[in-house]
Design a protein around this ligand. Structure first.
Ligand code: GAL
Length: 752
């Protein structure tokens, strides 16, 4: 059976590369690090984006055991930015181009069973023009480093290279499961054996099938194992509300002995992209999503499993989205695993941004298509493959080929590709377009026909809107925050009302770092409905409110509740993002009105906002100012309320960790949200207090230990070491006379 072990700990790192480093090494030159790793921690903003664009060296000793004799040994890299040369015991064993795709280096022929074994990676994290997305300016940063996990895989000479499970569902019934098993053999003679596929649900066997195979000496082949409908009776479908996953265990036996095995999660579901909409398991579903960049403050992409999964949870449970676009590249497998687990649809695409390079560059792009699909084809959440470079011009031959590769590899999913030019050549199965038509005026989304220039309808998604049309900071002025909200409302409403838009993905979920040419000049694009720390702006509640109040009652008046914040003063018109049936408004304890969602204007939204145009005594500069209270009702019952004070003062520092129990594996993290609130528990959006953060116990802070609240709030992450134990994070205000706060976390050893 195969052995897979994590190689994410115990690396040495240094900036630069020299041939002598292959010899390994003066330890003084190197720094001890764990993966995922960014080659240089960066400040929150206003840094020079060249600071992480350099060549660096990663080195690690490998423990090569006697039992590896006669086996094949690989190192699997999940992602390293952007060009890697892998050396093992001084030999160059692999070159990989591309910062978002996995690669493996085979070590078998160079193993040293009697002495030391050293792995060295020369990593070029510059923006090399021969590798997508580079060659021109791009609106995001790619950071540097080996920023995903690495593992060691030891297999039998005849082994499973990959598995593609193709569950077939028709009219909501599981009809068949064909699993293609890709085999490789380095045996000296032809090998015969049997491949077995076993389908499990929560540990219980559901069905099993076996197919004999034979493979020539030093060859590759594939074998299909089929589980038929009779054995799939009672299989439950994967759906966004009920994401049933099954585990597929695949094994290979030669002479009755199992020599290799692997497993993957799969789901049975039926996607149907009809002309009148997208159907999931026979049910029409308006796709409502956002784009996600995988960037975090200070360490860029180098965030481990827990933070990746948390992002998916934020999209699903805090924003109640049903879909995400992984703009503009394949993202962490942990993120995708979580999308499978919680029922979040994914539109995944190849790396690139507007620019198409020369032949060498295109070759890398073809390989990106391949590696993306071969890595991710078993994820039930993935609904379509993006095989165009985001917003690039037409290029007939190039896109004919990316489509061909995708269709050949995966005949079960449609291709798509994001464009922003009208009438661009439609070579894909699904037409996807960034429609930035809305700039505050009457036009919300343009017609399908105006984008496709086709005489007939096609399956069609809007893959971006808003973004640069209306950048908005979490701490912007109230009128801007309101317009930001309304633009998301208007476009999602228009998309839902339209008869030929299957769904819309807003730009974007989280603010992200970018080059100086884009964003606010401070290396941040403030296009998110949440900031880089994943703290919501008001626009987040446009999405959050689109769920039943029984699941999550939402009542978010888009106001800082200050009489002089807006131009000319007052708080009107007042938009309330809510899923309540009505909201009562109180001023100074007196009810002043009952208000209902604006169903006439926003017919497309299940839970449209309330828009209050007038309330007596509110909205007048210079008049009395009051405490305010909003109470939301569903079926005559109060479900939520929100209070504002007229005279907010800093009252309490609150520190909220996302998790209190972590793994002592040298790479686990959790986020802590830091905020100072007023008497009613509301954020003080213009508070710029600085805070000192101290960590004791087996953990380290990611980012600075002295921070200043941005818009009254900030977050930080702590990362575990390999030691288990109690961790204490203490936060102290620097000038405000408020008590500091501490939270206790615990780092536990990984089981097993
Ligand atoms: C689009 C692009 C995105 C982002 C966005 C900002 O044109 O695809 O990556 O730059 O604009 O609105």
């Amino acid at each position: 059976m195969r052995q897979v072990s994590s190689l994410s700990c115990d690396w040495l790192f240094c900036e630069g590369f020299s041939q002598e480093y292959l010899e390994f090494q003066d330890p003084k030159l190197f720094q001890a690090i764990q993966l995922p790793h960014m080659n240089k921690e960066i400040p929150y903003n206003y840094f020079d984006e060249k600071m992480y664009q350099f060549v660096s060296t990663y080195a690690r000793k490998l423990d090569i055991r006697p039992e590896y004799q006669g086996k094949r040994v690989f190192v699997d890299f999940e992602g390293a930015m952007a060009y890697a040369e892998v050396f093992f015991n001084g030999q160059l064993v692999k070159i990989h181009k591309g910062g978002y795709t996995p690669f493996s280096a085979e070590l078998t022929d160079y193993l040293n069973f009697t002495g030391e074994n050293t792995l060295v990676i020369k990593l070029d994290s510059t923006e090399r023009p021969d590798i997508p997305p580079f060659g021109n300016v791009i609106d995001y940063l790619t950071y540097g480093g080996i920023y995903r996990d690495v593992s060691l895989r030891v297999v039998h000479p005849t082994f499973i290279e990959n598995v593609f499970a193709k569950p077939k569902v028709k009219s909501q019934v599981a009809e068949e499961l064909v699993t293609t098993i890709f085999l490789a053999s380095s045996a000296a003679t032809k090998v015969h054996g049997a491949a077995t596929v076993a389908l499990y649900q929560k540990g219980s066997l559901v069905a099993e099938a076996e197919t004999p195979f034979q493979i020539d000496a030093a060859a590759q082949t594939s074998v299909d194992v089929v589980i038929h409908q009779e054995e799939l009776q009672g299989v439950m479908l994967w759906d966004i509300d009920d994401p049933n996953l099954y585990e597929l265990r695949v094994s290979l036996a030669i002479d009755g002995e199992i020599v290799d095995d692997c497993q993957t999660s799969i789901g049975f579901r039926e996607f149907d992209f009809r002309l009148d909409g997208f159907y999931l398991n026979g049910r029409k579903l308006q796709v409502r999503g956002l784009n996600r960049h995988q960037a975090f403050p200070y360490v860029g992409y180098a965030m481990p499993e827990r933070a990746q999964k948390r992002d998916a949870d934020i999209l699903k449970y805090e924003l109640h989205l049903n879909a995400v676009r992984t703009s503009h590249y394949p993202q962490s497998r942990h993120f995708l695993d979580r999308c499978d687990e919680i029922g979040l649809l994914v539109f995944e695409e190849i790396p690139g941004w507007q620019h198409i390079g020369g032949p060498e560059w295109k070759d890398v792009s073809y390989s990106d298509v391949r590696l993306m699909i071969e890595r991710d084809w078993n994820h039930p959440s993935i609904m379509m493959w993006g095989v165009r470079i985001n917003e690039s011009p037409d290029d007939h031959d190039f896109y004919l080929e990316t489509n061909r590769i995708a269709r050949e590899l995966d005949p079960t999913r449609p291709t798509a590709g994001v464009r922003c030019h009208r009438g661009s050549e439609f070579l894909e199965d699904i037409f996807t377009v960034n429609d930035f038509s809305h700039s505050g005026g009457e036009l919300i989304l343009d017609t399908q026909e105006s984008w496709t220039n086709l005489p007939h309808r096609v399956p069609y998604f809007v893959t971006e809107f808003n973004g640069h049309m209306y950048p908005t900071k979490r701490f912007d002025q109230e009128e801007r925050l309101m317009e930001h909200v309304l633009r998301h409302v208007r476009v999602q409403d228009a998309a839902a009302k339209s008869e030929d838009i299957h769904g819309a993905f807003g730009w974007c979920a989280f603010d992200y770092n970018t080059h100086f040419e884009f964003g606010a000049g401070d290396r941040i694009c403030y296009h998110g409905v949440m900031d880089m720390f994943r703290i919501p702006k008001f626009a987040a509640f446009v999405y959050r409110s689109q769920v039943s109040p029984m699941v999550d009652p939402v009542l978010e008046p888009v106001t800082l509740w200050a009489r002089g914040e807006r131009s000319i003063g007052g708080t009107l018109p007042l938009v309330i993002l809510t899923n309540c049936e009505y909201v009562d408004v109180y001023l100074a304890g007196e009810i002043v009105g009952r208000f209902y969602p604006d169903r006439d204007r926003y017919k497309g939204l299940e839970y449209p906002p309330i828009v209050i145009e007038s309330i007596e005594n509110v909205g007048v500069w210079g008049s009395t100012w009051f405490d305010g209270e909003f109470v939301g009702y569903v079926q005559e019952q109060e479900v939520t309320r929100k209070k504002f004070v007229k005279n907010p003062v800093a009252t309490e520092l609150i520190v909220t960790p996302d998790d209190t129990e972590l793994l002592a594996n040298g790479q686990d993290v959790t986020r802590l949200v830091l905020k100072i609130v007023d008497q009613a528990g509301n954020l003080l959006p213009y508070l710029a207090e600085s805070l000192k953060i101290e960590v004791t116990g087996p953990a380290q802070l990611i980012g600075p230990a002295q921070v200043t609240l941005i818009g009254g709030c900030l977050a930080t992450w702590v990362k575990t070491t390999k030691e288990p134990g109690q961790i204490r994070v203490s936060v102290t205000p620097s000038t405000l006379d408020l008590p500091g706060q501490s939270v206790e976390l615990i780092a536990k050893r990984e089981e097993g």
